[in-house]
Design a protein around this ligand. Structure first.
Ligand code: SF4
Length: 174
């Protein structure tokens, strides 16, 4: 997928929006069901270097609430999302693991119920770049709306509860 994106970029094809990408991919015969993940991958490629150059203290990480350990979670919902209370299940909670590592590096980490809270938090805290973990639908929406450098990681198992993400992917970016 990454090779295809590099090729498309080198041809100067219009990939500025999802619609433009869709038209280009339709033209070269790529299956429609692959377009969303290609769009996310494209944005990641375009912003990768810019994202890396920004200090963690100016970057925010957004995690979906469904990544919490639903059996034990004691997090409390506030205006900046769910506040982790380091419950008894923290050793297996990926929210906790990501939060602990990212905050120690200087990132701000937010655990959010949905996309609308992401945009409110960005408006208030004004990070210069964002790393987001979510399902593909939410990632596409954010990639279309945000004009700051982003890196996006798709959940490896989505759904409304007990979702999963590859920690290596997350730690590879932060
Ligand atoms: S460690 Fe935090 S986020 Fe994870 S389940 Fe416990 S309270 Fe919830």
């Amino acid at each position: 997928m990454r090779t295809l994106i590099q090729k498309l970029l080198s041809t100067g094809a219009d990939l500025s929006t999802r619609k433009a990408l869709k038209n280009t991919l339709n033209y070269i015969g790529v299956k429609p069901e692959n377009i969303d993940s290609l769009y996310v991958e494209l944005k990641n490629s375009l912003y990768r270097d810019m994202f890396r150059r920004i200090s963690p203290k100016h970057k925010a990480v957004f995690l979906p609430q469904c990544l919490r350990n639903s059996r034990t979670c004691k997090a409390v919902l506030g205006p900046a999302g769910w506040m982790c209370m380091k419950c008894s299940g923290h050793k297996t909670c990926k929210v906790f693991k990501i939060k602990e590592r990212a905050e120690s590096l200087g990132y701000s980490v937010f655990v959010v119920p949905g996309g609308s809270m992401v945009f409110k938090i960005i408006e208030k805290h004004k990070p210069k770049a964002v790393l987001g973990v979510a399902c593909l639908k939410e990632l596409v929406m954010a990639a279309e709306e945000l004009s700051i450098p982003i890196q996006e990681i798709q959940l490896s198992r989505d759904g409304c509860v007990n979702t999963d993400v590859n920690l290596r992917e997350v730690f590879g970016i932060i």
